[in-house]
Design a protein around this ligand. Structure first.
Ligand SMILES: *Cc1c(COP(=O)(O)O)cnc(C)c1O
Length: 368
């Protein structure tokens, strides 16, 4: 039987194995393991690619977002509004920076719902942190206007959205600071954990450099409580190499999304993400291809029986549904959405034939 795994981890490495090994040899023979030239080069190229003034390599996006809040001066008990349809990491970053995460509803495009943000603003609200989910950037005009009206800061969880744009401006460059993730399954993935923080503010940039390296300044003097959260130089070298091919990777993912659209766009039992080019303000990079499906669980089982891997994001739970973390918000729209969400295979190992097979099996399931 044909097999279309949801994600092909070995492919991350084997796709260009020999070229990667040349990179590792170069780093290894120089003994350049921590905060060396490859990291500096990558940070410069990443900043240039996004249009951010600064990019700072960090150990992972979760630490990056926490340090972004800390560098931005989040104070104890201040509330940060997040979308409930995000990784728990977004909430954890707020928590460990001393704040209180306040999850709100996801809207029809699965990203944070602006009316729901407005309804959640209190006297303790300090910031809004939208997640640029599935490789799509929120309507940032609406979010920035709301933030301005209430004197709130904006940060972005852009872990899934490197290169995605709203009105031509890159995810991660709207707010005071943003995190990007290089987890292996992310569109720009490395061979382990990695992340970056983007910012346009000189002061946040200077603080991030201290925070990620034990609070030490360039003389070795410790000037604040820091973390050990550096991006390995070896990973930075690998990422810098991959960044050169990144626009081609995004183009291929958009191409796969177009194929899904062509094959499933008229299937009434599924709701697809906006097709590439369908909405002039949005340039989506398709970190994920997340659909809404009738009889979601039965469809998932059927696809599995046909050799197709699918995934329900976050193990099927929105952040506010993790009651053991103390959340008490009632978010009925998100609860309903989470009975319907399913992610179809979307990765660089897929052939057009694979995508057609997935679509055929979905049509077949609803036609039975
Ligand atoms: C992957 C992801 C993170 C966490 O990234 P790490 O680099 O694994 O810490 C945070 N938020 C979202 C939305 C993610 O998808």
């Amino acid at each position: 039987m044909k097999s279309v795994p949801f994600f092909n981890y070995p492919h991350v490495f084997t796709a260009s194995e020999d070229r990667f090994i040349d990179t590792f040899r170069s780093v290894g023979r120089r003994g350049a393991f921590i905060m060396q030239k490859d990291l500096v080069d990558f940070e410069r190229n990443l900043a240039a690619y996004t249009g951010a003034k600064y990019a700072v390599g960090v150990a992972n996006a979760t630490d990056g977002l926490q340090m972004a809040f800390q560098a931005g001066g989040l104070k104890p008990s201040e509330e940060v509004i997040i979308c409930s349809h995000t990784m728990v990491a977004t909430a954890a970053a707020v928590h460990y920076a001393g704040g209180v995460p306040v999850p709100v509803e996801a809207g029809p495009d699965h990203l944070i719902d602006v009316a729901s943000i407005r309804a959640a603003i209190t006297s303790r609200t300090r910031a809004i942190c939208p997640t640029q989910l599935n490789g799509r950037t929120c309507d940032m005009d609406a979010i920035m206007a709301l933030a301005k009206e209430h004197h709130l800061d904006v940060y972005e969880d852009a872990a899934q959205a490197l290169g995605s744009k709203f009105k031509g401006k890159s995810a991660g460059t709207f707010g005071r600071a943003a995190c990007i993730s290089f987890y292996p399954a992310k569109v720009l993935g490395c061979l382990g954990d990695g992340g970056a923080v983007l910012t346009n503010e000189d002061e946040i940039y200077a603080k991030l450099l201290l925070l990620r390296d034990h609070g030490r300044d360039h003389t070795g003097e410790v000037v604040l409580w820091g973390l050990n959260s550096r991006l390995d130089n070896l990973e930075a070298a690998y990422l810098d190499f991959q960044l050169k091919d990144y626009p081609g990777v995004v183009a291929r993912r958009r191409n796969i999304a177009t194929l899904y659209q062509q094959r499933l766009g008229s299937c009434p039992q599924v709701k697809l993400p906006a097709a590439p080019g369908a909405e002039a303000n949005h340039f989506d990079i398709f970190q994920n291809y997340e659909i809404e499906a009738e009889q979601r669980d039965a469809l998932k089982d059927y696809l599995k029986s046909r050799g197709i891997g699918t995934l329900i994001q976050w193990g099927g739970k929105a952040v506010h549904q993790f009651k053991k973390l103390g959340f008490s918000q009632q978010l009925p729209a998100t609860d309903a959405l989470f009975t319907r969400l399913l992610m179809l295979p979307m990765n660089m190992a897929l052939s057009d034939e694979d995508v057609n097979y997935v679509a055929d099996c979905i049509v077949e399931f609803y036609g039975r």
